[in-house]
Design a protein around this ligand. Sequence first.
Ligand SMILES: Nc1ncnc2c1ncn2[C@@H]1O[C@H](COP(=O)(O)OP(=O)(O)O)[C@@H](O)[C@H]1O
Ligand SMILES: [Mg+2]
Length: 304
Amino acid sequence: MEWAPYYRGDGSDYEVDLPDPPPWRSFSTAERQVNDTFQPPPGLVDAVNAAICLCRPLLITGPPGSGKSSVADSIASELKLGSVLRWHITSRSTLTDALYRYDALGRLDAHKRGVEAGLGPFIELGPLGTALLPSQRPRVLLIDEIDKSDIDLPSDLLNVLERGEYNIPELTRQRQRDVRVRRWKATVTAKVHKGHVRCTKFPLIVMTSNGERDFPAPFLRRCIRFTMPKPDADQLTRIVTAHLGPDDTKAAEEMLQKFAEDIENHKPLATDQLLNAIFLATRAPDMTGDHRKRLTELLLKVLT
Ligand SMILES: Nc1ncnc2c1ncn2[C@@H]1O[C@H](COP(=O)(O)OP(=O)(O)O)[C@@H](O)[C@H]1O
Ligand SMILES: [Mg+2]
């Protein structure tokens, strides 16, 4: 890869082949291997296994880009538990939405058109609702950035997780006892009996937090808590090697050591910034020293 051939900013138009993406930004499933590149930091393996054995959610705290969300993919892939159910939290997230959604308007519309399909097709389970369906093997549920939630959500969530069950009131009121509803982002349906769902295997739950706020003690007590440690030079070497191979890692040794020192000195930097910087630097070997330095500075800006 040469450095300047894509966008030139000179207003001329030309056909150009765009570069191959970095492996972690490839969106064709065949190429994407997020799962087997994850390098767990010291202590994480024990925390994951404790959560598995105790049937408790794992709460992972750490700065952005420290690999928190990747933990769920790594567990699901290694234990062959299927795709991760993802619930991305915002201040507007509600527990009910995560359990199920009822499309009342859609049903009304169908009714007007004279289609009588029952309630099932208008109910879609959310990520949490799907994770709590009875199953042979547990699903992996990622509750991402739970510190962004409304203040009451963690306690509401706790209730559902303690009991491992929930009701769909729209269905409990129905005469029809067994209703097939849609699973989260899937075409396959699940049978719900009398509007009640209860898990048979407690899902493997990974919750992540950037540490922007504290959680109530009763919530913390029921989680296995783990804080992502700052990566040292050895850990960074493992991560970069897993993503980019040993040759690029060697070529970028100096940059990696400098980055490790910066982290050690409490500079807020994320691991994936280092990956970006090394990816570009090693793919543009003909770049001049000065130019390379400016580009690296662009990518390694602190996160404040
Ligand atoms: N321990 C690690 N092993 C491998 N890759 C990592 C690790 N930590 C971070 N990364 C890389 O950094 C990127 C950001 O990780 P992510 O899980 O999204 O972080 P977070 O959820 O903490 O913001 C990932 O795409 C991954 O490629
Ligand atoms: Mg994340």
